[in-house]
Write a protein that binds this ligand. Structure first.
Ligand code: C5P
Length: 234
């Protein structure tokens, strides 16, 4: 098989209250995107990295010759939604001979290489594909209505059997593209690639992820990730 990584990085990151999209925030002189590219290259089964960005010819992109990776890194133009950006990347991966696509968020720079290896093992071995996920730790509450600016608990939700989905998510590339096309790249239910596979009737496998594999969404996530990235390797 031939696994190519697709990194959607064409978002604007409006939830970060920053002028710079979160994937271009820097820690120790490197962007989160650069760390994420290097993280997916830690497994030699990944043969190429395709990064979907809003402006592939921009000077602000990490210079591929400066990346500490042996794989080819290619920039393609992304789309209006995350799913559209993933489609553009997977289409390019197929042209380059990919059998499997490994999709990883640009804003998850602390992916441990053992978790990467686990999800590739499972994703290529099964037609259902595989995703990293962690079991939900906190108690869960559903609150539908906002009364006097306070959300009141309507019910507690059983947390057993609930998992938080992470990336990478690894699937047969052509099947994934089919799933996204069928479900529609603008469908609000399409929040990750596993949803598109489920739409086709597949049941992707959950593979144990890592708490450290956090996605930077809010400013406090960035603080955590920056500390981990700068911590001396032990
Ligand atoms: O906003 P969210 O955290 O869900 O975005 C996940 C990833 O999808 C980010 O890396 C973001 O850059 C990417 N994205 C994209 N194209 C878009 C919107 C988001 O590649 N149009």
């Amino acid at each position: 098989c031939n696994v190519k990584a697709v990194i959607p990085a064409a978002g604007h990151g409006s939830r970060m209250q920053s002028n710079i999209p979160k994937q271009f925030l820097t820690v120790g002189g490197k962007t989160l995107l650069q760390y994420s590219i290097e993280a997916v290259c830690a497994d030699s089964r990944v043969t190429e990295v395709i990064v979907a960005v809003s402006a592939p010819d921009s000077n602000d992109l990490p210079d591929v010759s400066e990346l500490a990776v042996s794989q080819t890194v290619t920039y393609v133009r992304g789309g209006e939604t995350r799913a559209e950006s993933v489609c553009k990347g997977v289409e390019y991966a197929l042209v380059q001979g990919a059998t499997h696509a490994l999709v990883h968020d640009a804003a998850r720079p602390c992916l441990p290489k053992e978790a990467l290896a686990r999800v590739i093992d499972s994703g290529v071995a099964s037609q259902h594909g595989a995703i990293l996920a962690i079991p939900v730790r906190d108690s869960l509450k559903r609150a539908m209505s906002l009364n006097n600016n306070a959300a009141h608990i309507e019910e507690s939700v059983e947390r057993e059997h609930l998992w938080q989905a992470q990336t990478p998510q690894v699937f047969h590339a052509r099947t994934l593209l089919n799933g996204i096309h069928h479900m529609g790249a603008h469908n609000p239910q399409l929040t990750d690639e596993a949803s598109a596979m489920q739409w086709l009737g597949y049941q992707p496998i959950l593979v144990e992820g890592a708490f450290k594999n956090l996605k930077v969404t809010h400013p406090e996530d960035f603080e955590c990730v920056a500390n981990w990235l700068l911590a001396p390797v032990t």
